[in-house]
Design a protein around this ligand. Structure first.
Ligand SMILES: [Zn+2]
Length: 314
């Protein structure tokens, strides 16, 4: 069976896996991301791939990178969290590894993983949203990953949700991810806890008792235990996700939305408010089939599995 390697290049760690044609990871390895230079990152990826190839015969490699990748899927144009600008990552890795190496945006790779082997398997038209530090997205139309003319498609987190709203790291204001990311959930929970201390007791008790001491995982735990402020925080994030997803449907009309990322571990605490607001906001909702809105199933492996499949397809 043909094997390929998917590499998930993150700001803090690089994870790599040998993946078979069924999307199963048969071997995996990881190491911290070197922060000093582009060369150090490239060397670390090459070493990981070399180690995996000692035990397995692979035919291609794809690196899922956290940034903008050019249309040729070779140059990492820009990445906010790594020391790389306009870096010919694909060509440099191809020459040092001796195998074809593609570069893909990490959210796109994770979306492809979910589309081929996860929650959107068998669906030709899907939108995958990854709720993490930011809000990433991937779009599948007619069984194909949509990359756009220049490779920059599906940056859904930077669609404007609130005109002149909160400042975003991208330099604009009111971007969707400012209201829907894991960071937005944390900000919302801390704000509500400061205002409603009695209702936030359970949530506050999981940290050091102050709103600033609340951490992301506390919110899920407290919400599962019925804490009103934690539940309200998920409601707010879910509403803003559902609101934006109705706009996405106006453009793409997907048959399924897949919600991934760490925040989706909250399950229906997040999905229920998403579905409710989505239906309120959807144009002509009584006269059309509704897409399903489901949680991702591949978890942190989606990027590796998706990248390896893209590598195999070339
Ligand atoms: Zn933005």
């Amino acid at each position: 069976m043909a094997l390929a390697i998917g590499v998930d290049l993150g700001g803090t760690k690089i994870a790599a896996g040998v993946v078979d044609e069924n999307g199963t990871i048969v071997a995996a390895n990881r190491r911290p991301t070197p922060s000093l230079s582009s060369e150090a990152v490239i060397d670390a990826i090459a070493e990981l791939v070399l180690e995996l190839r000692e035990q397995h015969t692979v035919e291609a490699v794809c690196v899922a990178a956290p940034g903008f990748v050019d249309a040729a899927r070779s140059t990492l144009m820009f990445t906010p969290n790594l020391p790389m600008r306009n870096e010919a990552l694909g060509a440099r890795l191809t020459s040092s590894i001796g195998l074809p190496v593609l570069i893909e945006n990490d959210a796109n790779a994770a979306a492809w993983g979910e589309a081929r082997f996860g929650a959107a398997r068998g669906r030709a038209n899907a939108v995958i949203l990854t709720v993490g530090t930011g809000l990433g997205g991937g779009v599948i139309v007619d069984d194909r990953l949509v990359r756009g003319a220049f490779g920059f498609a599906a940056e859904v987190g930077h669609m404007t949700l609130i005109p002149d709203g909160l400042e975003c790291g991208c330099g604009q204001r009111g971007c969707w991810e400012q209201y829907t990311s894991g960071n937005a959930l944390l900000r919302t929970a801390r704000h509500l806890a400061a205002q409603q201390r009695t209702d936030a007791q359970r949530l506050l008790s999981l940290g050091d008792g102050t709103p600033e001491g609340i951490q992301g995982q506390h919110i899920t735990l407290a919400a599962q235990q019925g804490c009103p402020v934690a539940i309200a925080s998920f409601n707010q994030i879910g509403e803003q996700l559902g609101r934006g997803m109705a706009t996405v449907s106006a453009l793409l009309d997907p048959e399924v939305f897949v919600i991934g990322g760490g925040v989706c571990e909250a399950g229906d605490l997040l999905l229920a408010p998403i579905r409710a607001e989505y239906e309120v906001r959807l144009t002509a909702r009584s006269h059309r089939p509704l897409p399903t809105i489901v949680a991702a199933t591949l978890g942190n492996d989606a990027g590796i599995v998706g990248a390896a499949d893209l590598a195999r397809q070339g």
